[in-house]
Design a protein around this ligand. Structure first.
Ligand SMILES: [Zn+2]
Length: 461
């Protein structure tokens, strides 16, 4: 009897110590990841930032299906091939229809004596055309119903209360204005802060015939003041966008799992961008792509091969959001694979402090327990349930039910920092911070490693 008690005690102490040692190894690996990224003498120090500057400076904006996009994809693939991952490949989306901007302008005539060009940007997929008409300003769809806008241009000037307060006008404004008889639409740029910067983005283009453009916050307010004074406002809008057939690729790379190679953790961002300025797409979402790529790179650099496969992806075509974009293509063609989780970084790369997770209770609790155990030391242990959705990982989730994660980064509640620069020429290297990007690499590499190397069964939702 004594021997049995002794044996049980011995085995349980042993199991406890083994578990403790495993925990310590995991904690050590996370500290190694941090040390490798934060050490100024490491080749990975500021590496994602330096990559970003190279791609932004060399290739410029990366509109979906454009030659700049294709060239930057090829260059990035070639570079990733030198990292020594188990597999690097492209997946072609087949023939796609994309859109490119042409010559465009907004000119204010009345009440000015001399024509005044206004800073502007056409909305994505706006049809080409030239119109000159009187302008009516409205502040809501409700107000639009009470004003006669037949044969006029409607200018939507709303109050900024976060992205959705403006997004509804950018997406649905042109169609609703045309249905009310308008022959053109201007929206106040969807932006939290402005230094006379126009911000573009997609509009619901299918059923519109007339130009749809954004002007600056400052000029939307000016036109609003003019109308409130009873001044007649006449504006000419010119747009020249065209649709064209082209193609594009997703980029993928992976470290195969040592024990469960068929269990896949996906992580990435979207490589395509808008085209407003010379560097648009640095923050949205070149940085998101490159911090994820760097996360895979640091694991490889440290010789870490977790039990499950970690797959990097640079999705193609998030901005235009078409039904056959990279995220939809991936979700469709990889739906039979066993995805454990899909992580996406597309809300900026300022200082990270935790993760959003959208999944069932079990997976959410699983992430919370990992974070509490291992991520406190690197300051990213806060987990936000039901806050992990992003556009591209969401496409996979909607097909397969895969849990999704994203990184939570410093900003206010309505992301005013992010939306100061979003879809404008201000989205540039100037607003990026190398140390913050490094912190995102550490956070992402750590959470992905912890999940990928977990010893037990991982809840599927
Ligand atoms: Zn984005």
């Amino acid at each position: 009897m004594k021997i049995v008690i002794f044996l049980v005690l011995y085995l349980s102490i042993n199991a406890y110590m083994l578990r403790n040692r495993k925990d310590q190894i995991k904690q050590q690996k996370i500290l190694q990841i941090r040390e490798t990224i934060k050490n100024p003498h490491s080749p990975l120090y500021h590496s994602s930032y330096n990559q970003l500057t190279y791609y932004v400076d060399t290739f410029g904006p990366r509109m979906w299906g454009s030659e700049d996009m294709a060239d930057s994809v090829d260059a990035l693939v070639e570079e990733i091939q030198s990292y020594g991952f188990d597999r690097v490949w492209k997946e072609n989306l087949g023939e796609i229809t994309s859109w490119k901007r042409g010559e465009e302008s907004v000119t204010l005539f009345d009440p000015r004596q001399y024509p005044q060009k206004l800073n502007m940007i056409g909305l994505g997929w706006s049809p080409a055309g030239t119109i000159k008409a009187e302008v009516e300003v409205v502040h809501s769809f409700e107000e639009l119903k009470s004003i006669d806008v037949k044969g006029k241009i409607v200018c939507f000037n709303y109050e900024w209360k976060g992205y959705s307060s403006g997004l509804q006008f950018r997406i649905n404004g042109p169609k609703i204005a045309e249905d009310a008889g308008a022959i053109g639409t201007i929206i106040r740029s969807v932006a939290s802060v402005s230094i006379s910067s126009p911000h573009t983005g997609m509009t619901n283009y299918q059923d519109i015939k007339y130009p749809a453009v954004a002007i600056t916050v400052e000029d939307a307010d000016m036109i609003d003041r003019m109308r409130q004074r009873g001044q007649k406002v006449v504006i000419e809008i010119k747009t020249g966008g065209i649709q064209y057939k082209t193609t594009s690729d997703n980029i993928l790379a992976e470290i195969r799992g040592s024990k469960y190679p068929n269990q896949i953790l996906l992580m990435g961002g979207h490589w395509d961008s808008w085209d407003v300025g010379s560097q648009t797409g640095a923050n949205d979402d070149g940085a998101g792509v490159l911090v994820c790529l760097e996360a895979l790179k640091v694991l490889k650099h440290l010789g870490i091969r977790p039990k499950r496969t970690i797959r990097f992806i640079a999705w193609s075509g998030e901005e235009m959001g078409m039904a056959n974009n990279g995220a939809q293509y991936y979700a469709k063609t990889h739906s039979q694979e066993n995805h454990i989780v899909a992580f996406e970084s597309d809300f900026g790369s300022t200082q990270p402090y935790g993760f959003g997770v959208t999944a069932g209770e079990k997976f959410t609790d699983f992430v919370i327990s990992l974070a509490q155990e291992y991520l406190t030391e690197i300051g990213v242990e806060k987990i936000y349930p039901n806050a992990g959705m992003s556009a591209d990982s969401g496409a996979l989730r909607s097909v397969t039910g895969t849990p999704v994660l994203n990184n939570k980064v410093v900003d206010n509640d309505i992301h005013d920092f992010y939306f100061t620069y979003h879809h404008s020429a201000g989205d540039s290297i100037w607003m990026m911070n190398a140390d913050d990007m490094d912190d995102n690499v550490i956070a992402i590499a750590s959470i992905m490693y912890l999940i990928a190397d977990y010893d037990g069964l991982i809840p599927t939702n």
